[in-house]
Design a binder for this molecule. Structure first.
Ligand code: ARG
Length: 471
């Protein structure tokens, strides 16, 4: 057996940050598994903002001198500009954004840079950076959800009186309006926004100042840094502050639910746009053609939204599993807690943008939808209700009578309103000519004025309410 080759250091010098007790640099694989710069590049603005707040606080509390605090501030401002202009040279050997920024700060301002890391640790730094990032993402997604709600409300207002079959079990059930159907999603996305807002409220506490895990012996002012970064207050327990990522879990949970709602809408759009339904027509901008079948207009955006909803659930699961076995406080596993939140934010933003465009461009086909309400005995319930309301028939009995009329119509291969009154009276003598009006889909929806019901006037009012709420 050959002896395994000893893994040697990559040859690099010992890390500057802990070079005091390290003689050589890490093995090449160690350096690669340990760095997270691609992810961390996205945290630069948050990292610099947090360092600015920390430096200002150290200065204000007399922990570092005013001159050093000012030099640090200027240096950080320069670094921000360098990163934003693309001039900054990131080094993967420096593992993460925190060490890249600090190393550059030393180049720019010399020894004063070494004072910035007083009374803090990368553990509270990364915790504060990620919180700030996720908070920003939640705010951006709230805006994207609002845009989607607006697109749906506009369509709903245009289609407040557009008849279509409502389904249960995907079987025709009762007539509804297309506007009512679309507003159901507006409600769902409204609750989704509420979930992000709830998560944001709990997320909005500042971990900075927890230091490595135990707090610090320096007389810091945590309320000051919390305020400077827009947090409501500092987190109360230093161990919790550096080791929990439940804010990211909640964010991912909220994102997954949005994904589920988007996926259901996507599924309906796929059905509606299919040749079997033809309820809506999608725009060329949000469909693709086929390279072989010239007649095709495929709903790819909807299908991909449906697919990506699964990815969002996967990302939530990924972070849940990452967290579940971790003892307090910081563990390096937490470095990998950043990608799921970022990936979910990216995917969801794209899904929402695509869905909003697709909904805005979508054209309803009212004639086809209306024709579909004539099939499937959609107004059978209305006939039963009429027997209850005008003839005092108990509902169960009315249901039974209507069922017999449906069987009769099926036998004659006609609609309920195509049966003659004589035919109908063989089953139920109390029926009057009024019943023909009752059997119309229009009258069925017009009568459903109960709170939250499908009547066009309800739908128009709800659309108006939403429009106002979304301005
Ligand atoms: N790169 C680390 C992360 O992203 C920063 C914190 C490192 N802390 C430590 N004790 N090694 O989580």
């Amino acid at each position: 057996m050959t002896k395994p080759k000893k893994q040697t250091s990559s040859g690099g010098a010992a890390n500057k940050m802990w070079g005091g007790h390290y003689a050589v640099g890490p093995a090449e694989a160690m350096a690669r598994i340990n760095e997270c710069l691609d992810v961390d590049k996205r945290l630069y603005a948050e990292d610099i903002a947090a360092s600015m707040a920390h430096a200002a606080m150290l200065g204000a509390c007399g922990i570092i001198g005013a001159k050093d605090a000012a030099a640090i501030k200027r240096g950080l401002q320069t670094i921000l500009k360098e990163i934003e202009s693309g001039a900054f040279r990131f080094s993967a050997a420096l593992e993460d954004i925190h060490m890249n920024v600090e190393a550059r700060l030393a180049e720019l301002i010399g020894d004063a840079a070494g004072r910035l890391h007083t009374a803090r640790s990368r553990n509270d730094q990364v915790a504060v950076d990620l919180r700030l990032w996720v908070r920003g993402a939640a705010d951006r997604l709230d805006g994207a959800l609002k845009d989607l709600q607006r697109a749906l409300v506009d369509q709903a207002a245009d289609n407040a009186a557009t008849l279509m079959p409502g389904f249960t079990h995907l079987q025709p059930a009762q007539p509804i309006t297309f506007g009512h159907h679309l507003l159901a999603y507006v409600e769902m996305f409204g609750r989704d926004r509420g979930r992000f807002a709830d998560a944001r409220r709990r997320m909005n506490e500042c971990p900075l100042g927890a230091a490595a895990l135990a707090g610090t012996s320096f007389p810091i002012d945590r309320a000051m840094t919390a305020k400077a970064l827009g947090f409501d207050r500092p987190m109360a327990n230093s161990l919790d502050a550096v080791s929990d990522r439940d804010f990211a879990l909640e964010f991912l949970g909220a994102a997954s639910v949005v994904g589920i709602h988007l996926s259901r809408l996507a599924e309906e759009i796929v059905l509606w746009a299919s040749d079997a339904f033809r309820f809506v027509k999608l725009s060329e901008a949000f469909t693709t053609g086929s390279s072989i079948m010239p007649q095709k207009r495929n709903p790819d955006a909807a299908e991909l939204i449906r697919a990506k909803a699964g990815a969002l659930m996967g990302l939530q699961t990924q972070l849940q599993v990452l967290m579940k076995g971790l003892p307090l406080a910081y563990n390096k596993d937490l470095q990998d807690s950043k990608p799921p939140a970022m990936k979910a934010a990216d995917e969801l933003k794209l899904m929402l943008t695509a869905m909003t465009g697709m909904v805005r461009d979508m054209r309803a086909n009212p004639a086809v939808m209306r024709a579909a309400t004539a099939r499937g005995f959609l107004t059978a319930t209305d006939l039963a209700d009429w027997l209850v309301q005008t003839q005092g028939v108990p509902f169960r009995q009315a249901h039974h009578i209507t069922g017999r009329l449906v069987v009769m119509a099926e036998k004659k291969a006609c609609r309920l309103d195509e049966l003659t009154l004589d035919d109908m009276r063989q089953v139920e003598p109390r029926l009057t000519p009024d019943i023909y009006q009752v059997l119309k889909a229009e009258s069925a929806v017009n009568r459903r004025t109960s709170l939250g019901g499908t009547a066009p006037k309800n739908v128009a009012a709800a659309a108006k309410r939403w429009k106002k709420a979304l301005t």
